[in-house]
Design a protein around this ligand. Structure first.
Ligand code: P6P
Length: 354
């Protein structure tokens, strides 16, 4: 290879290694304004949280007090894992002394947590699921963190954070961290979806996949079919349809972030529908479905409750839930068509689509 080419290759490699999260945010915004700097700093601190959580997960089996349950039950009525609490506290700690984030709303906390020293100036709120899929932690399978950034509206005098009870289009940024064979952070600030892979030798998240586009259609349908008989007949008809059609395959990991990451890569649809007993489903809107819907729409996909776009849903409470159907635009539309056709027979519904 000529010296010039070798130099160019080396320069490209160095430039890639220098494309960290904070630099990428400023590149995306084409700006060094104070708001751009704030978002860049926020993403950098989320990256630090991800590194701290990834480090603890990687040593979980070797350390006391990492695995297993705390013995408590959280606001969701779920048994709390030690890792849930650790990760929750990590996100709080990384934003202390930041002047950026005044409030943090988490799956693990009934009320938002306020960081007093930040509140006079910090106008951002972090909404997050610190460890999503924590049932996978003790069996060393992938788990994730999900985050959403909103700007505070008003002064939240009563500490009830009512301004958070607005639709998902109020998000200024969203993303997730997938703790898998490698640790991958995927984010969007409204200028496309971008993935960064943690380079342990550098201790930095380095750009690994820019402007991710979800395929218009994919072979994957991802749903817990153990709930089949709890669903509305229209959803059972959709499942019967994909069972009968060539070209579909089921993948379900029991951890939302991993299942969604697969959809981003291969296309298809993830479903966590409501059941007859729990029509709102299991997944929380503000810090699970809405941030993932923000990303999916940025990547050319779609997220729906089955009836309306997830990003248009206004939560009644901080921990409101909503049914989630998310993924490739054609596959989400297919599920919606079954739901909107109601309980017509499978053939009637399929005929109506053709
Ligand atoms: P089920 C994990 O508890 C979680 O919140 C998501 O990560 C996951 O998609 C879902 O619940 C799994 O729920 O009822 O299929 O075990």
């Amino acid at each position: 290879m000529a010296d010039l080419d070798r130099h160019e290759v080396q320069e490209q490699a160095l430039d890639r290694d220098c494309t960290t999260l904070s630099r990428h945010v400023l590149q995306q915004l084409h700006s060094f304004s104070s708001q751009a700097q704030d978002l860049s700093a926020i993403m950098n601190r989320i990256g630090l949280a991800a590194k701290l959580i990834a480090r603890r997960l990687s040593r979980a089996g070797l350390m006391e007090g990492v695995l297993g349950f705390t013995g408590d039950v959280n606001v969701q009525g779920e048994s709390v894992k030690k890792m849930d609490i650790y990760a929750n506290e990590v996100f709080i700690s990384v934003f202390k002394q930041s002047g950026l984030v005044c409030r943090l709303a988490s799956e693990e906390m009934e009320k938002p947590y306020y960081i007093p020293e930040n509140c006079p100036i910090g106008r951002y709120t972090l909404l997050y699921d610190p460890i999503d899929g924590s049932s996978n932690v003790d069996i060393n399978l992938n788990v994730g963190s999900i985050f959403s950034i909103r700007q505070q509206e008003g002064n939240d005098i009563d500490g009830e954070a009512e301004d958070l009870l607005q639709d998902g289009r109020k998000q200024v940024a969203a993303g997730y961290v997938l703790y898998g064979p490698s640790t991958v952070l995927v984010y969007s600030i409204g200028t496309g979806v971008h993935a960064f892979t943690l380079d342990p030798s550098l201790g930095e998240f380095i750009l690994s996949n820019e402007n991710i586009q979800v395929p218009q259609h994919g072979p994957i349908y991802s749903v817990n079919e153990g709930n089949f008989w709890q669903w509305d007949e229209s959803l059972r008809n959709y499942i019967r349809y994909v069972h009968r059609q060539e070209g579909y395959t089921a993948r379900y990991g029991g951890a939302l972030v991993g299942d969604i990451h697969r959809i981003f890569s291969q296309g298809g649809v993830f479903l966590y529908p409501g059941t007859v007993k729990k029509p709102e489903g299991k997944l929380r809107l503000l810090y699970e479905s809405a941030p993932l819907a923000f990303l999916m729409e940025q990547a050319g996909g779609r997220a729906s409750t089955g009836i309306q776009n997830i990003l248009d849903v206004v939560p009644e409470k901080l921990h409101s839930r909503a049914p989630l159907i998310i993924g490739s635009i054609e596959d989400v539309a297919m599920v919606e068509s079954f739901i909107q056709k109601g309980t017509k027979t499978l053939d009637e519904t399929v005929m109506a689509r053709s």
